[in-house]
Ligand binder design. Structure first.
Ligand code: SAM
Length: 282
């Protein structure tokens, strides 16, 4: 491959430590029957450890210079498909031919779009079997945080309610070129199958956590009274507290993911009951 000038705008910090490359690929546990998607293959640091050992390998790379170079390098391997595109605009399901549930996803992903990529991969229809990603350590901490921790928020609840996430290992800055300004962590995320929540639960949970964590220092009941999407009055606050057993004078960071799920369901029931009983407009 010809010398490539790293593009900051595309989050290009290439992993040059062969040991770490091998550890990441080993964690994917991909074998000869597997379909693998690599997000942001760059100059092929991880790709070279995967190609030749899986049934199908899709490489989604946005860089217009690097994608053709990868095509060249793997031209003789019919298992490899290079897609020059933004992963966030790519229909991954269509790309692999329909079913994502047995697909494995790997990537040393661009740090500026880590959260959107994770949310994308955890969309109901897109959830793969296994995700091994290297991300900024602070974002990994936010994903893994539990109730009461300062990093705990909508991202933690969103991931933990549909998947099991674990830290595999940290990777120091010296393993990359150019050397980044942040430390990295390799995470394993395994979506729970079949999905534990209904599509509606997931939607309500997402709306709720986004709303309440926007005011993370406020008591839940205060946010649920003032946010237009909920606009609870005192009677409804009492009804929701009674149904869930959750005291709403607590702050969002104190609730566990399963309590958020109960709360989202109770708020929905309550909204539906209110719609049902409200007098018809003249
Ligand atoms: N996997 C390589 C490695 O480990 O050395 C490169 C990692 S580098 C941190 C991130 C890669 O993602 C770059 O190759 C970059 O061009 C690519 N990239 C950035 N934004 C992207 C996007 N929206 N969709 C797909 N690839 C993207």
């Amino acid at each position: 491959m010809t010398t490539h000038r790293a593009k900051k705008s595309l989050g290009q910090n290439f992993l040059v430590d062969a040991n770490q490359q091998r550890r990441i690929v080993a964690a994917l546990e991909a074998g000869s029957g597997d379909t693998v998607i690599e997000i942001g293959p760059g100059q092929g640091a991880l790709t070279r450890h995967i190609a030749g050992s899986v049934a199908r390998l899709f490489l989604v790379e946005l860089d217009r210079d690097l994608a053709p170079a990868l095509e060249n390098e793997f031209a003789d391997d019919p298992a490899v498909t290079v897609i020059q595109a933004d992963v966030l605009d790519t229909d991954l399901r269509e790309m692999v031919g329909g079913d994502m549930s047995s697909v494995k996803v790997v990537g040393n992903i661009p740090y500026n779009i880590t959260t959107p990529i994770i949310f994308r991969l955890l969309e109901r229809e897109l959830r793969p079997e296994r995700i091994v990603i290297m991300i900024q350590r602070e974002v990994a901490d936010r994903i893994l945080a539990g109730p009461g921790e300062s990093e705990y928020g909508a991202l933690s609840v969103g991931v933990q309610s549909v998947a099991r996430a674990e830290r595999l290992f940290n990777v120091g800055r010296g393993s990359f070129r150019p050397v980044p300004r942040v430390d990295s962590t390799v995470l394993l995320i395994r979506p729970i199958s079949p999905p534990p929540l209904t599509a509606r639960d997931e939607e309500d949970l997402r709306d709720l956590t986004r709303t309440v964590f926007s005011w993370r220092r406020k008591q839940l009941q205060k946010t649920l009274r003032s946010a237009p999407a909920y606009a609870l009055d005192s009677a409804r606050v009492d009804a929701v507290q009674q149904q869930t057993g959750i005291a709403l004078d607590r702050r969002p960071e104190q609730l566990a993911p399963d309590q958020f799920i109960s709360l989202a369901r109770a708020l929905r029931d309550n909204r539906e009951a209110a719609n049902h009983t409200s007098p018809r407009a003249p």
